[in-house]
Design a protein. Structure first.
Length: 156
């Protein structure tokens, strides 16, 4: 199981020269009800098979936390080893905006979005704020206190 912050809230990020965006709390609130439908990809490659799927996607005031079961396949195991070695450390989301607000300074506030997928990436748009925070054996029980500690840490 790979655990991490999929997207931080209230962090303005320049995506490219003409787009700075910020996700607001609640933008992905609905996703927790259908976490099992969210696939884990590598590098947003939708042409390749997913390497796993979400098992937990709770939203906190500061971001969307995710836990993903990595499938026991050759590719899944290879990618998991890269995560364990800290070669793949960041997360990124593929989404379709549902409700945005463009501020006068040009920043796009994401107020509602459909989460299509989460990807392990080498360099994510949100950098270390959206990253893998741990890997654990799938038989281990989620530690809800530890999850809250992780989410508190991204506030800093």
């Amino acid at each position: 199981t790979v655990c991490g912050i999929c997207v931080p809230y209230d962090v303005e990020q320049r995506i490219h020269a003409s787009l700075t965006e910020v996700f607001r709390k609640g933008a992905l609130a609905h996703v927790s009800r259908a976490a099992h439908r969210v696939k884990l990809l590598v590098g947003h490659d939708s042409q390749a098979l997913p390497i796993g799927r979400a098992t937990l996607l709770p939203e906190d005031a500061k971001g969307l936390y995710g836990e993903f079961r990595v499938s026991n396949t050759a590719r899944g195991n290879e990618i998991l080893e890269l995560v364990r070695d800290s070669a793949l450390t960041e997360l990124s989301i593929g989404f379709q905006p549902l409700k945005d607000k463009r501020r006068t300074d040009g920043v796009v506030e994401r107020l509602a979005a459909h989460l299509a997928e989460v990807s392990l990436v080498t360099f994510g748009a949100y950098g270390p704020a959206a990253s893998v925070v741990g890997v654990r054996d799938q038989s281990a029980t989620p530690n809800l206190d530890a999850i809250q500690d992780i989410l508190r840490d991204i506030r800093r």
